[in-house]
Design a protein around this ligand. Structure first.
Ligand code: PMP
Length: 356
């Protein structure tokens, strides 16, 4: 039976990348080391790092105006790292469209004042908020491009006259995106860029001058710019996988424009199936629905356990909703096959006929 992995992250890898990873790690007859067993300062890893940066920059459309950093610590570390570096003496502003935006805000507030300039929390995060009045001396406007739990996505970055900072964790590389227009962007790799451990950050170089002196050196973005992201030992295997995923996007999937169209069409099919059903529902306003993460709810929460059991038995995995929200969720990242989405749609119809 074919298994279909809808996990929100760590999420499925493209089959081709899994194959490459298996080959890369397979024991060699003569004992020569794998990519995970060589120095990050040696020529073999240096070539990998150079190609990865080159490919990521091309996919992101980033030029010299921005530094591209390959870090660790996930998006959660960026929630604090960003205000620690760029909000000193200025007030950061936050747009809140779900769980992760709230977490980013809470971390910023541990370091100093931060203002909410728009939030859709009162209506249960069913839409993206409008941008209200920005503070004077605004450090940046932070938003979460795609809220992975609530399934709420900004179609485009908000338009404002202050630097934009975006958590793009769960939509990174799912479509062409104006990264070069953002002052700051970050994403963990464990959704669309491979395996956990690696966090991608892009930062407009002119902002580096705002970083206060005296920070711990690890937590100063300049240390990472100056060391080509090798201030300390990088997560070398995550970099290897990220490179294979970048190659796969270009060579097997025809690039981000083709992926984006495919991703949009199949998400639309899933939402249509949910909307046309009298049993399943998704509360998010149509214009703000996530293309990557589709939360959906049965007529009664009592169905969740039974549904998950039946789904697992049918090979549909990773559909449990986040504990913060309950219900169910299908994550439709780049590596998922179209036939997995079709199988899910059929399964939702069957379940409704049997139990609805
Ligand atoms: N932001 C968003 C939008 C996410 O989806 C996640 C992870 N699901 C996080 C932040 C937290 O990421 P990490 O575990 O890499 O810190």
């Amino acid at each position: 039976m074919k298994r279909h992995n809808f996990s929100a992250g760590p999420a499925m890898l493209p089959v081709e990348v899994r194959q490459r990873l298996a080959e890369a790690l397979a024991p060699s007859a003569d004992g020569s080391p794998s990519i995970a067993e060589v120095s990050h300062r040696g020529p073999r890893f240096a070539a990998l790092a150079e190609e990865l940066e080159h490919r990521l920059r091309a996919l992101m459309g980033l030029g010299d105006s921005h530094a591209l950093l390959l870090l660790q610590g996930g998006a959660n570390l960026q929630f604090a790292w960003l205000p620690m570096n760029l909000a000193v003496g200025r007030t950061p502003a936050y747009l809140i469209s779900g769980h992760w935006g709230l977490k980013a805000l809470a971390e910023a507030r541990r370091l100093g004042p931060a203002e909410v300039v728009g939030s859709s929390e009162r209506d249960g995060f069913r839409d993206v908020p409008e941008v209200g009045h920005l503070p004077e001396h605004c450090a940046y406007l932070h938003y979460t491009g795609n809220e992975t739990i609530h399934g709420v996505q900004f179609e485009q970055p908000p338009t404002v006259a202050v630097p934009l900072a975006a958590d793009l964790s769960s939509e990174f590389l799912s479509r062409p995106y104006p990264y070069a227009d953002l002052a700051f962007a970050y994403a963990g790799a464990q959704k669309n860029l491979g395996i956990a451990g690696l966090t991608v950050v892009s930062i407009r170089r002119d902002l580096l001058a705002r970083i206060p002196d005296g920070l711990p050196r690890y937590l100063d973005y300049r240390s990472w710019v100056e060391s080509d992201s090798m201030y300390n030992t990088p997560v070398t295997l995550s970099w290897y996988v990220a490179l294979e995923v970048c190659r796969w996007i270009e060579e097997s999937r025809g690039g981000l424009t083709a992926l984006a169209e495919r991703n949009r069409l199949r998400a639309e099919r899933l939402y249509r199936c949910i909307d046309e059903s009298g049993f399943w529902s998704n509360p998010v306003a149509p214009q703000a629905r996530s293309v990557m993460n589709v939360p959906f709810f049965p007529a009664s929460e009592d169905h969740v356990g039974r549904f998950l059991e039946a789904a697992e038995a049918a090979g549909l995995m990773g559909l449990k909703g986040h504990r913060a929200l309950g219900g169910l969720r299908a994550s439709l990242y780049n590596a998922l096959d179209d036939d997995s989405v079709e199988t899910l749609i059929d399964f939702l119809g069957d379940y409704e006929r049997r139990f609805g």
